[in-house]
Design a protein around this ligand. Structure first.
Ligand code: PHE
Ligand code: NA
Length: 521
């Protein structure tokens, strides 16, 4: 066992930090446009199915892996997965599984966060733009304004660096004084801003057309439309569950590794899910969508990614008090993104600390540099190519932010459910207020969850083929040849990080547990 690891200071702090981890841009920025794009009401059915089949079981699995690994002094996925896998598999096989898990988690924490940090920077920048009236002049086209924003180094790079520096500063202070303290301030603020925005939304009336009311907007997303139900909507819903609950990323495990061995995980894991879903379907769903519907009607919801940065700014300047509410909206996005990014940041600092002996303060600076290097292409692409396609970001998001999460989720549930087996059930229930029943464990964690993930992965792979993501030059950049090098660069970086991640985790497991691997246990 390694030197003393830090623990969470209080139950409330832990829950707020975990909620902060899960509640992110996924809730307020990604969810509304996913729901809108996939037919609103048609989205909610697979969404709740995925929550039950994948979200809740995987959340329990990840809390359990994290607390288990923490007992042995680990906050990263490689050794955590090894320790559970060796209970049911040959240690050499367990070591390979640990290597794969470590690689995928490194891929996510380095690469997903490298572009997520940029989006956080945009939210901070847009909070500033809104507060200072940057786009309030109605002659300005908010679409062009956004393009100009991401093409202007003086704006995009500066806010990105500020966001990164604050993150680094927070992580440097450790679990209790850093992560927990920031979550205690930011999470309640998110709910307060969210409630203020909901009240404003629901009192908008019908400023444009009598049938475009906020309530009609809510109806649009809440009335199930069975006829629109299809695989695309189901895949999007399952992907959203992974993303929004921070599953298949390694960061729930990292936070859970700072639990004490007898700390509850069942109730706390469920609390995390509930708080996230409240923030997603209630706050996320009752702000952006009804506002857009009220001003733009059902067509306006098709705005996709532009919903938060293009459609809403255009609306804020038309509505009474819009400048204040708009500032609240972007600050809310910033806080939500910040408390998620901090988890990824901490994963890498823990990796350096525990596996390379780098002290936390130094680690926090190194990770800052890593994020600058890996985030640079994301920011430079629009500036240098004068485009706004964000091809580098899109390529990373398609693979690391959507596909690989599911792969890692599958590996995790197989390791706990099948290799650790029933010991995993015993482990989960240790110190827990509510007990997971054996039936739930057998039916969900050992059967339905892995099987649904396999099906999900199968259909996703087919969709990726059809969408041309597997081609050397993926279809989405075929018409913009100047972006092809950016996509190829993204692929190169992805491969490099995954390979380095595998070697690193594999060697580290060998270093710590080599004896039992070679001599048997
Ligand atoms: N659960 C987070 C969200 O909803 C996902 C995430 C976590 C993304 C950490 C990036 C970094 O936004
Ligand atoms: Na979320």
């Amino acid at each position: 066992m390694s030197e003393k690891r830090e623990n969470w200071g209080s139950k409330l702090g832990l829950i707020l930090a975990m909620a902060g981890n899960a509640i992110g841009l996924g809730n307020f920025w990604r969810y509304p446009y996913q729901a809108a794009k996939n037919g609103g009401g048609a989205f909610m059915i697979p969404y709740f199915a995925a929550l039950i089949l994948l979200g809740i079981p995987l959340m329990l699995v990840e809390w359990n892996q994290g607390r288990y690994g923490g007992k042995y002094g680990h906050g990263t996925l490689g050794p955590m997965v090894y320790l559970q896998a060796r209970e049911g598999a040959n240690p050499k096989v367990a070591r390979i599984l640990g290597g794969l898990a470590g690689a995928l988690a490194l891929g996510v924490t380095v690469l997903l966060n490298s572009y997520y940090n940029h989006i956080i920077g945009w939210t901070l920048g847009y909070a500033f733009e809104t507060a200072t009236g940057g786009y309030m002049d109605k002659a300005i086209n908010t679409g062009e304004y956004f393009v100009k924003y991401i093409q202007s180094p003086g704006k995009v790079m500066v806010f990105w660096l500020i966001a990164l520096a604050v993150l680094g500063f927070a992580v440097m202070r450790g679990i209790q004084k850093g992560i927990e303290a920031w979550a205690k301030f930011m999470m309640p603020t998110i709910y307060v801003f969210g409630i203020i925005l909901i009240i404003r939304t629901l009192t908008l009336g019908a400023p444009v057309k009598p049938e475009w009311t906020p309530i009609a907007g809510l109806n649009y997303i809440w009335s199930p439309r069975w006829q629109d139900l299809n695989w695309t909507a189901a895949l999007a819903a399952a992907g959203q569950i992974f993303f929004t609950l921070s599953l298949g990323m390694g960061i729930i495990q990292n936070y859970a590794s700072y639990l004490k061995p007898e700390d509850d995980i069942v109730l706390s894991g469920l609390a995390t899910v509930s708080l996230n879903e409240l923030a997603e379907v209630i706050l996320g769903g009752t702000i952006a969508i009804p506002i857009a519907y009220t001003f733009l009607g059902p067509e306006g919801l098709g705005a996709g990614v532009g919903l938060s940065f293009i459609a809403l700014p255009n609306i804020f300047r038309q509505m009474a008090g819009g400048q204040i509410f708009g500032t609240f909206w972007f600050l809310l996005l910033f806080f939500a993104g910040f408390t998620s990014a901090i988890a990824m940041y901490n994963y890498l600092v823990a990796l350096l600390e525990e596996e390379a002996g780098v002290p936390r303060r130094v680690g926090a600076v190194l990770v800052f540099i890593i994020y600058i290097i890996f985030g640079l292409p994301v920011g430079l692409e629009p500036i240098l190519t004068k485009t706004a396609d964000l091809a580098y970001l899109t390529e990373l998001d398609n693979w690391v932010g959507s596909y690989l999460l599911v792969v890692l989720g599958l590996l995790e549930v197989i390791v706990t459910g099948w290799l650790l087996g029933l010991k995993g059930l015993e482990e989960m229930n240790k110190g827990s207020f509510w007990k997971v029943s054996k039936t739930f464990y057998n039916v969900f964690i050992q059967f339905l969850t892995p099987v649904s993930i396999i099906i999900l992965l199968g259909f996703s792979t087919r969709d990726y083929f059809k969408a041309g993501y597997f081609k050397w030059i993926p279809s989405f950049v075929e018409k913009t040849p100047q972006l092809v090098p950016w996509v190829l660069a993204a692929r190169f970086v992805m491969f490099a990080v995954l390979i380095i991640g595998f070697i690193q985790a594999y060697r580290n497991i060998g270093k710590k547990y080599g004896q039992e691997i070679y001599e048997g246990r």
